[in-house]
Design a protein around this ligand. Structure first.
Ligand SMILES: Cc1ncc(COP(=O)(O)O)c(C=O)c1O
Length: 401
């Protein structure tokens, strides 16, 4: 007898399940393009040099391991707000922005989901497609999750007209999620002009935007990648931004993130803070310290902050170069298809155009692992495996043709 007899066996997580299958695969040429982790040219998920430096310094500096406040380390949050908003906007709009440290970007999304559900709305619209965990996080907070059209897998363009049409029919007061930059999984972001149109429509329809920012600096630059969020703040929206340092500081396992709630005025911010804090307290009580201390130390240290920006830029350049190489090789190997669209995408990911059946085939026959939607992490490629991977993908594409 067991209290759990009524449960059925469920399939593994679509992304982390594939990692396990990859580890068990005996194919000597296997390639892991699945999880959103930045790998260097040797395909290693290294600890950043500035992180090591900060950790060394913190060993001596840290005097206590007592709890952080419920909404975290304010010094860390100040640095993060400046990074996302830029110095000027952080100082002009900080008075109406509630900031809370979170357990990674996912934890930020969860706090926002619960805040929306308790105080604002029962529904949120997410792009189709999106990072699959958005659905789980929002549903687990009790929100009804609906989608808006985002990306056309054939034209490789944003379905902007369809998107506007759907958004214009959304019920007033609902929430809508956007990827601040480097859209996961498509790599396709709206243009500045499109963001401006979206901002206007969302103000007009009285929707509350939620920005998910997990890749600032992986697209064009720290400032350019924050353009959309900054534009919405300047345009006068109340909004949420969920921030993650997992990728851009390589602090995946340390769970470092932040929630920003831009409200209408200072009084509202203070009232909101008193309402969000009990949600955090009843959830994980207060956030973990180590990762946020590292980030805070680096951001506030003149030399390390510069070094981090250089390390981040090196990561970004590697992504751009390997993306261009991938696009060129795919174009050579599949001349009937158009792979030039990949050049203009941003961030870690792109969609290969493989169907789920083709993905299963490329995994089984060639040991090339990617998500079932055909998304690849470009940094799983390097000069040693890119020929093999592009050969494998093109062979599978041709079988179907
Ligand atoms: C779009 C997006 N949002 C949020 C996250 C979550 O980040 P974290 O690992 O900090 O929870 C990810 C991670 O892959 C992501 O791709």
């Amino acid at each position: 007898m067991s209290f759990f007899n009524h449960l059925e066996m469920l399939p593994p997580d679509p992304i982390f399940g594939l990692v396990k299958a990859f580890q068990e695969d005996k194919n000597p040429n296997k390639a892991d393009l699945t999880v959103g982790i930045y790998y260097n040219e040797d395909l290693k998920p290294e600890v950043l040099k500035v992180v090591k430096e900060a950790e060394k310094a913190l060993v001596d500096l840290e005097k206590t391991k007592t709890y952080l406040p419920i909404d975290g380390d304010q010094f860390y949050l100040e640095g993060t707000l400046k990074l996302l908003f830029g110095e000027d906007l952080a100082s002009s709009e900080g008075y109406r922005t509630y900031c809370a440290q979170s357990v990674g970007g996912t934890g930020a999304l969860r706090v926002v989901a619960q805040t929306l559900k308790e105080f604002v709305t029962d529904e949120i619209y997410i792009p189709a497609p999106t990072w699959p965990n958005h659905l789980k996080v929002f549903k687990s907070a009790g929100l009804e999750v609906k989608t808006y059209p985002y990306y056309n897998n054939k034209s490789h363009q944003i379905e902007f007209e369809e998107m506007l049409k759907t958004i214009s029919k959304i019920k007033e007061g609902s929430a809508i999620l956007f990827h601040g930059c480097c859209h996961n999984p498509t790599g396709k972001d709206p243009t500045k002009q499109q963001w401006e149109e979206l901002s206007k429509l969302i103000l007009e329809k009285k929707l509350i935007p939620v920005f998910d920012v997990a890749y600032q600096g992986f697209g064009e630059s720290l400032d350019e990648d924050a353009w959309a969020v900054r534009h919405f703040v300047k345009a006068g929206h109340e909004l949420f931004a969920c921030y993650s340092y997992s990728k851009i500081f390589g602090l995946y396992a340390e769970r470092v993130g932040a929630v920003f709630a831009v409200t209408s005025d200072e009084k509202t911010k203070k009232i909101l803070a008193t309402n969000v804090k009990p949600l955090i307290r009843g959830n994980y009580s207060n956030p973990p310290k180590h990762g946020a201390s590292i980030v805070s130390y680096v951001l506030h240290h003149e030399i390390l902050s510069k070094s981090w920006r250089q390390e981040l830029e090196l990561m970004r350049v590697r992504i751009v170069n390997i993306r261009n190489e991938f696009s060129k090789l795919m174009q050579e190997k599949c001349p009937d298809r158009d792979y030039r669209y990949i050049d203009s995408l941003k961030g870690l990911f792109c969609l290969t155009g493989l169907s789920k059946e083709q993905v299963l085939k490329v995994i089984e026959d060639y040991g090339v692992y990617m998500t079932y939607g055909g998304r690849i992490n470009l940094t799983g490629l390097n000069h040693d495996n890119i020929e093999y991977v592009t050969d494998s993908i093109s062979k599978v594409l041709k079988q179907k043709d």
